[in-house]
Design a protein around this ligand. Structure first.
Ligand code: CIR
Length: 255
């Protein structure tokens, strides 16, 4: 993880209007999120601060970590390309690195890893060359990439995330659930279109407090839901998955 920097208010925005961000509150919320991940069994590694890079808190976009390798991305937003070096240095302690190179672009938020399939959002941030390079880097380990058209939200995982071995949480207005055959699809509450971004940590599910009805829906289904208030990073178009990269060290921690 990387702490919220002072320039967050100058973040990239695509689908949201810019509104004031309370940096103090953003930092406190981010610390609570880190503390929750520790409670759930994670060891939190703090990356170096990057005060001049507004979106550097959203580390998820800088890398895709698999069991075998870590793919260092080339973010689609030019303002974010300086974020990857420090993420790569930290991941090099745990995985062999492969890098996405120009003209390809890829944001980690566009990669949904389910078994040996990497569903990859084709978005303004991730281009066809990025999807192809990810496929080439991972094919020898048995992965296949499945491009997914994304139009209404920033990243694929803004609209769909995996909540357990057999099920996805999805906003069906944004992504066609039929793209994921063989998996149960739980829809977000219709009044909570941004509620589909949940973070699975072992048997627990970290959900945004901003989507309470969706969280209740998941609890009724038996999920161990932990709510986090991320109101300030949500104003920067970030969800709960965006603020961490999970590096699995045993079979219980998905990544
Ligand atoms: C951006 O537009 O790049 C940031 N303001 C938000 C990135 C959120 N990351 C993610 O969904 N993985």
């Amino acid at each position: 993880m990387r702490a919220v920097g002072p320039a967050l208010a100058r973040c990239e925005l695509t689908h949201l209007e810019r509104v004031p961000i309370d940096i103090g509150r953003a930092r406190a919320q981010h610390r609570n999120y880190a503390a929750l991940l520790e409670t759930l069994g994670c060891e939190v590694v703090a990356l170096e601060p990057q005060p001049d890079l507004p979106d550097a808190v959203f580390v998820e976009d800088a890398a895709v970590v698999l069991d075998e390798i870590a793919v260092v991305t080339r973010p689609g937003a030019p303002s974010r390309r300086g974020e990857t070096a420090s993420v790569a240095a930290a991941l090099a302690l745990h995985r062999e690195l492969v890098r996405i190179t120009a003209p390809a672009t890829l944001d980690g938020g566009d990669v949904l890893h389910i078994g040996t399939t990497l569903y990859v959002g084709a978005t303004a941030r991730t281009n066809a060359a990025g999807i192809a390079q990810l496929g080439a880097a991972t094919a020898s380990f048995g992965y296949r990439v499945q491009p997914v058209p994304v139009a209404c939200c920033l990243h694929l995982k803004s609209a769909v995330t995996q909540i357990d071995d057999d099920a996805l949480l999805c906003n069906p207005e944004w992504i066609d659930p039929a793209l994921f055959p063989g998996l149960e699809v739980i829809a977000v509450d219709p009044d909570e279109p941004r509620g589909a971004n949940a973070l699975r940590v072992g048997a627990a599910l970290v959900c945004p407090a901003s989507s309470p009805r969706t969280a209740e829906r998941l609890e009724r289904r038996g999920a161990a839901v932990h709510r986090v208030d991320m109101s300030e990073t949500e104003k920067a178009e970030g969800g709960v998955t965006c603020c961490s990269i999970l590096v699995g060290t045993d079979a219980d921690v998905p990544h």
